[in-house]
Write a protein that binds this ligand. Sequence first.
Ligand SMILES: NC(=O)C1=CN([C@@H]2O[C@H](COP(=O)(O)OP(=O)(O)OC[C@H]3O[C@@H](n4cnc5c(N)ncnc54)[C@H](OP(=O)(O)O)[C@@H]3O)[C@@H](O)[C@H]2O)C=CC1
Ligand SMILES: O=C(O)C(=O)CO
Length: 335
Amino acid sequence: MNIVILDDYQDAVRKLACARKLDPYPAKVYTNNVKGVGQLAVRLRDADIVVLIRERTHITRALLEKLPRLKLIAQTGGVGAHIDVQACTEHGVAVAEGVGDPVAPAELTWALIMAAMRRIPQYVSHLKHGAWQQSGLKAASMPPNFGLGQVLRGRTLGIWGYGRIGRLVAGYGRAFGMRVLVWGSEASRAQARADGCEPVDDKDSLFTHSDVLSLHLRLSDATRGCVRLDDLSRMKPTALLVNTARAELIEPDALVAALNRGRPGMAAVDVFESEPILQGHALLRLENCVCTPHIGFVELDSYEKYFSAAFDNVVNYIKGTPTNIVNPGALHVRR
Ligand SMILES: NC(=O)C1=CN([C@@H]2O[C@H](COP(=O)(O)OP(=O)(O)OC[C@H]3O[C@@H](n4cnc5c(N)ncnc54)[C@H](OP(=O)(O)O)[C@@H]3O)[C@@H](O)[C@H]2O)C=CC1
Ligand SMILES: O=C(O)C(=O)CO
């Protein structure tokens, strides 16, 4: 079996002990600098198994048609919209989902909430530039209403996407004495009610009433662009929007437009439509936006867990006992 590992950010996989699971099965490791179906098809033409670290590589129908040897795609973390799972099934390519750890992204979400609500990145940056500002931030570039930071106790946290991460973030919010509103499917809202949160009856209520609104949906055709400029415009000028899920959940350009208008007053984001984000991107220039470079899951233990789970799936597949296959139908299609 030829195994190719793509998207190996900063050689992380090679440095981690979990990669030793592949020792008996020689693997080529590439940091993915390949663009387009043609070049990718050349790089992957001898691969039986591809391990994807994150989502830079798009597995499309057109690419699959050029890869008759490919049998398994092993993804770290959840399978996202970058893999055409239906086309994989039709081509007999099994897709294995890695198991992520929701704690690291949930804690990063909270780190961003606290940093943004107390304006910590801005205070740190002003202080480093010699400005001792204790009674609120003042600068020509500050949007109106930016003002002072705010405490969380007694304020309202809104959660859209009450899954593994959203549920943890909600629990931390309750520990801070926040009222927690949840919007989502009937099942999500029932779970939220059982957990002591308040399900809301419509999306508008979530955007209108939240002081902090955090997105935790998965990206799919159904959720792409589900947050529109209209929704953001309903938010309070003092409110914070947090996105550690996927950038494409928000309509293109809507977040920049909304922040420029001051509703919501602030955003904190860990995910971008194109990663790495280009220097000079509008979100990086906005004083009322805190950005981190997709580090929700980047933490020693969860790094090991993400990669280790993906490699377990590879080894189990080779041994003939595939695990965590999201499209079991593919296993019955002759290659
Ligand atoms: N920044 C980072 O490093 C990380 C980011 N993430 C991202 O965080 C987000 C949440 O992850 P996680 O909590 O593990 O996800 P889960 O699958 O546990 O939950 C996601 C929620 O999204 C909703 N949803 C909408 N459409 C779908 C769909 N097609 N399939 C499944 N759920 C759907 C569901 O809510 P409902 O039933 O109400 O519709 C579900 O509860 C994801 O976007 C993930 O990619 C994850 C790990 C690290
Ligand atoms: O698993 C995920 O969805 C992540 O964002 C980590 O790459």
